[in-house]
Design a protein around this ligand. Structure first.
Ligand SMILES: [Ca+2]
Ligand SMILES: [Ca+2]
Ligand SMILES: [Ca+2]
Ligand SMILES: [Ca+2]
Length: 349
């Protein structure tokens, strides 16, 4: 039913666009423009009609967040050509905002510092704040996105991505939504690297950003008007088809952040991918998987136990992780806020 409704809306928009185009066609030229009165020339001078008529545009983000999550700051150890922690290929966790092999170039615009998720009646909003460049302002020339695991089984269902956001106005330009229609993401063992690299096709179905979407208003992105190092994405809640409890993990990267390469740790071996941690001496440095950062997945709409596949750990009852003073945690711990409050997560293992 919803599908037909969307089709109806799309058709209506098309009709409106066509009508607008017709109106343009019969608008009398202004006095200065009377060069030719040939109707043939007038019709060939029509502007292209492929620009999309948007009906719904996101506004400001809700102040109430459904989840807040810190991520490791690789700038603290970048002069040693390594990440401080948070890079565990086997478990699908990445902290490698560095170039391949030498790891002597650190990309602050790929280093996630804080991720936030929020919802209102119409939209879900994901915010990714990356490391600021202390020497100069920087362009966010990476890809930024988030994965949604609807049934909390560790296998991502949707990937929303924006490529090189450059505007502080909401735009659908360079925004993509991908779906894993055949459900093969995660391979044999969800989240965890498979023993034998899988031959899956990742998020193979693009449902937005290819010019053939049912809903031209489904997904948007902008750079935060108040923070040049924050990317904001807004996607209609209708994508979730009524689901209210799910997992969300955030990503930043370049070539290796590719819808078809999910899960990345099933497409490469650990040897091929390398590691950004010198403690993993057999795998250091990063090799075929580089210029990449992600977060653990935060629980949205429910209180996590910490056992959700790919989910962020949570303190066990009785654990006295101190509540973060003023929403910041002492390194190397990171902040995690769920429906039940905030705590500091310390690196495990
Ligand atoms: Ca990370
Ligand atoms: Ca990071
Ligand atoms: Ca797997
Ligand atoms: Ca697939």
């Amino acid at each position: 039913m919803k599908k037909y409704f969307n089709k109806f809306i799309s058709l209506s928009v098309l009709v409106i666009v066509l009508l607008s185009a017709c109106n343009l066609g019969v608008t009398p030229p202004s006095d200065e423009e009377v060069v030719s009165d040939s109707p043939v020339e007038l019709s060939t001078a029509l502007p292209p009609t492929e620009s999309v008529q948007h009906v719904m545009i996101p506004g400001e983000l809700p102040t109430n967040k459904s989840g807040i999550l810190g991520d490791h700051d690789s700038s603290t150890t970048s002069n040693e050509n390594r990440a401080p922690s948070g890079d565990r290929f086997t478990f699908g966790r990445y902290e490698r905002p560095f170039n391949s092999e030498a790891m002597d170039i650190y990309f602050p615009y790929l280093d996630i510092q804080l991720a936030e998720f929020a919802m209102d009646d119409t939209w879900m909003y994901a915010t990714i704040a990356v490391k600021g460049n202390e020497l100069s302002s920087q362009s966010l020339v990476g890809k930024y996105g988030f994965e949604i695991d609807l049934n909390v089984n560790g296998s991502g269902d949707y990937l929303i991505m924006v490529l090189q956001p450059s505007s502080t106005e909401w735009t659908t330009n360079n925004v993509q939504v991908w779906f894993d229609e055949n459900g093969d993401i995660g391979g044999e063992v969800k989240v965890v690297a498979d023993d034998v690299p899988a031959q899956g096709n990742g998020y193979e179905t693009q449902i937005f950003g290819n010019g053939q979407e049912d809903d031209p208003d489904l997904a948007w992105a902008r750079i935060s008007p108040t923070d040049p190092n924050s990317v904001q994405m807004a996607v209609k809640l209708s994508l979730l088809a009524g689901d209210t409890s799910f997992m969300v993990g955030m990503w930043a990267g370049t070539d290796d952040l590719d819808a078809k390469l999910f899960d990345i740790n099933d497409m490469f071996t650990h040897e091929q991918a390398g590691s950004s941690l010198k403690e993993f001496e057999f795998f250091y440095p990063v090799k075929e998987v580089s210029e990449l950062d992600n977060t653990c997945r935060m629980a949205i709409g429910f209180q996590p136990t910490g056992n959700e596949p790919g989910g962020c750990p949570v303190p066990v009852p009785g654990d006295d992780s101190p509540p973060p003073p003023g929403q910041s945690c002492p390194p190397p711990s990171i902040l995690y806020c769920t429906a039940n409050g905030c705590f500091c997560l310390y690196p495990q293992g």
